[in-house]
Design a protein around this ligand. Structure first.
Ligand code: SIN
Length: 493
């Protein structure tokens, strides 16, 4: 397969053969004449052209599902210890090639190199975590109703898993679906977005190098998202479907999955509140808000969307927050800035439109200015309220929207006043309030005096229209296992 990568990309990588330009199907790299370009969001430079997996016909998608089905039969026969060894070999390669993987990610996704390095470690940590968990897939015995009966519960792989993943975390979102899937004895057909295919394909290349058997991991890349998604969600041979992306697309895919009653998990949009109570350590709250707002230029589902500050500490918080925001460098992710470009010009324009609309409705720009193109420096706006679109929509950009509240009750009501329920945050030093508010927030994740809540040991996932299912932690495997109850009656001697 030809892999003509841009001269710049080639120059930057120690091992340019890590860049793959076609889908991984049954351990082989697919190539076709129909291609799509992968662009650097910073300057729109073409990094590489990638083969379309399914421009006009779905035969390659069918082939990937068939190979996953075949491979799963043998993969599930391996002992947990054999699966552990292969997954750990894969993990070691990710760490060994961390720098190249980070450069590939920054080039195609835009995030600052230090964040890309962090994401490679974060993604790899899911592989290690689930390799270890594969040895702890326990069952149960339950006291039976009759003395000559046993009731056993065993856990079995679901079979073939299909997954669709987004561009904002092109390595870790995929790793945290593939890792539990294969740790549990399943095979997988994954469809990462066409905006960031290289970070996904390199995981496939490293899986091949690690010796993970052909067909256990298949990765399909192409611009034909709708059609490929339709096959993956309706195919009789796909047993489980996992999706991370927008709530609107999630609803459609969920509907499609109903036709074959698949086991499903969905990690959808968020609208994270960040509440600063009057008894908070304000400096700690400012630091937490900076981390939780500006990670990945604000393009995460757990990024702070609504900062709510008690009136009595509002001005102090805003002043200190703006001082910290002024220190954030913006530019090319390769230059190791704090904030890289947004994923594409339209996404950046949408963010700016939200700010314009909010100011027309009474919000005030305290810091920053609206730019053009994919680079957008941070903006801080105040006088926001929950009725504004900017408080209802996932901003997905480096805009901090601040509103005031007067009482704890009001803060919790405002925080819960959204159809979403993924991540939430609050800062307080009052033990009773910490307990009350933690329980009062209708969210899957609550950060208390903490702005960074993601790690492989913790169950990541939401409630309400943010979806269901959990990724990471000991609970993360359950989404990839079926429970079987076995009732045995035996002869008494
Ligand atoms: C997300 O944006 O949904 C995931 C972010 C994370 O893993 O922290």
């Amino acid at each position: 397969m030809s892999t003509t990568i841009s001269a710049k990309m080639s120059e930057l990588l120690k091992d340019p053969s890590l860049v793959k330009t076609g889908s991984l199907i049954n351990g082989d790299w697919h190539s076709s004449d129909a291609t799509f370009d992968v662009l650097n969001p910073y300057d729109q430079e073409v990094l590489v052209s990638v083969s379309e997996v399914a421009k006009d016909d779905m035969s390659q998608v069918e082939k990937a599902i068939a190979s996953a089905k075949r491979a799963q039969q043998e993969w599930q026969q391996k002992t947990a210890y054999e699966r552990y060894d292969l997954m750990m070999a894969w993990f070691d390669l990710m760490i060994q090639h961390k720098e190249d993987l980070a450069i590939i990610m920054t080039l195609e996704q835009g995030k600052p190199l230090k964040e890309s390095r962090g994401e490679i470690e974060y993604g790899a940590s899911y592989v290690k975590w689930f390799a270890e968990e594969s040895k702890r897939i326990y069952g149960d015995t339950i006291p039976a109703l009759a003395s000559n009966q046993t009731i056993k519960v065993i856990k079995e792989p679901v079979g073939v898993v299909a997954a669709i993943t987004p561009w904002n975390f092109p390595n870790s979102m995929l790793a945290r679906k593939i890792a539990p899937a294969i740790a549990a004895g399943n095979s997988i057909v994954a469809r990462p977005t066409e905006l960031t295919p290289l970070s996904a394909l390199v995981l496939g290349e490293l899986a091949n190098r690690a010796g993970i058997p052909k067909g256990v991991i298949n990765i399909l890349v192409g611009s034909n998202a709708k059609e490929v998604g339709k096959v993956l969600t309706t195919h009789e041979d796909v047993d489980k479907f996992s999706f991370t992306g927008s709530t609107n697309v999630g609803k459609l895919l969920m509907e499609q999955c109903a036709s074959t009653v698949k086991k499903v998990s969905f990690e959808l949009g968020g609208n994270a509140p960040f509440i600063v109570f009057e008894d908070a350590d304000i400096d700690a709250a400012v630091d937490g808000a900076i981390k939780a707002k500006f990670r990945n230029a604000g393009q995460t589902c757990v990024c702070v969307n609504r900062i709510m500050v008690h009136s009595s500490v509002h001005d102090e918080f805003v002043e200190k927050f703006v001082e910290k925001v002024k220190l954030l460098d913006v530019g090319n992710g390769l230059d190791n800035v704090d904030i890289g470009p947004l994923i594409h010009p339209k996404a950046a324009d949408d963010v700016r439109e939200l700010v314009r609309e909010a100011t027309e409705q009474g919000a005030t720009i305290k810091y920053g200015q609206l730019l053009s193109g994919t680079i957008q420096s941070p903006i801080v706006i105040t006088d926001v309220n929950n009725e504004m679109q900017i408080a209802k929509t996932e901003i997905f950009g480096p805009v901090a929207a601040i509103q005031r509240f007067e009482t704890e009750k009001q803060a919790v009501l405002l925080a819960n006043d959204t159809p979403f329920g993924l991540a939430s945050y609050f800062y307080s030093q009052n033990a009773s309030r910490i307990e009350r508010v933690s329980r009062g927030l209708k969210y899957g994740i609550v950060g208390v005096n903490e702005g960074l809540i993601s790690n492989a040991a913790a169950p990541f996932g939401g409630v309400k229209q943010s979806g269901f299912g959990r990724e990471g932690s000991l609970y993360g495997l359950d989404d990839y296992l079926n429970m079987k109850y076995i009732c045995t009656t035996y002869e008494m001697s």
